[in-house]
Ligand binder design. Sequence first.
Ligand SMILES: [Fe+2]
Length: 233
Amino acid sequence: MAKPDTYSREDAGQPASLHPAYASTVLRSPRQPLVRIPQTITETTGPRDWDRLMGGAMADLTTQHAAMPQGQRIIVSGRVLDEQGRPVPYTVVEIWQANAAGRYIHAKDQWDAPLDPNFTGAGRVITDGEGRYRFVSVRPGAYPWGNHYNAWRPAHIHLSLLGPAFAMRLVTQMYFPDDPLIEIDPIANAVPMPQRQRMVSRFDIATTQPNWALGYLFDIVLRGSLATPMEQR
Ligand SMILES: [Fe+2]
């Protein structure tokens, strides 16, 4: 029998599969060598009508209900780039996040913070011809989690990017600058420095709109030495 074609996903700058300080990785990381699955046309090609499949853009998370959600209004925008710095147009960017109090609408999130009837916390857009995307939302709050005693996640927005095929996906998180919780967060710290900084957005006064919303920039690099680190889960 032919020896399996194995490979390692471990890569400097990407989070290790096993990061014991992030307790869930102890059970979720592989114990056996990974087996490369040959990619066929199913994995390398995809639909050309993402607009129809994803059900329309949801770029503004503050106008999905009867009134404005509670919290600080923000604009998050940036470009999706490849390893050569070229824009990646027509890519689906999805986000999900907690509300301003740090609570998700998900039924399993039952900690003692209020839900906001005017906030679902999910958005999706397609990058334009220059790889740009833009969301309007509210700044998410920090929330506690059960990883260890007194564990709190820094404010963050989850992102998923689909490439030209369903099998091409980047899942990561975006943090906010000057958040003291980042340096004690096992998930953020699963990514070594200086690559960790690539997951921290940048406040931008030019993106900020007077009397309306603070602006943050977050460019996403899909591959290469400047790649945006992937979330472990
Ligand atoms: Fe989260």
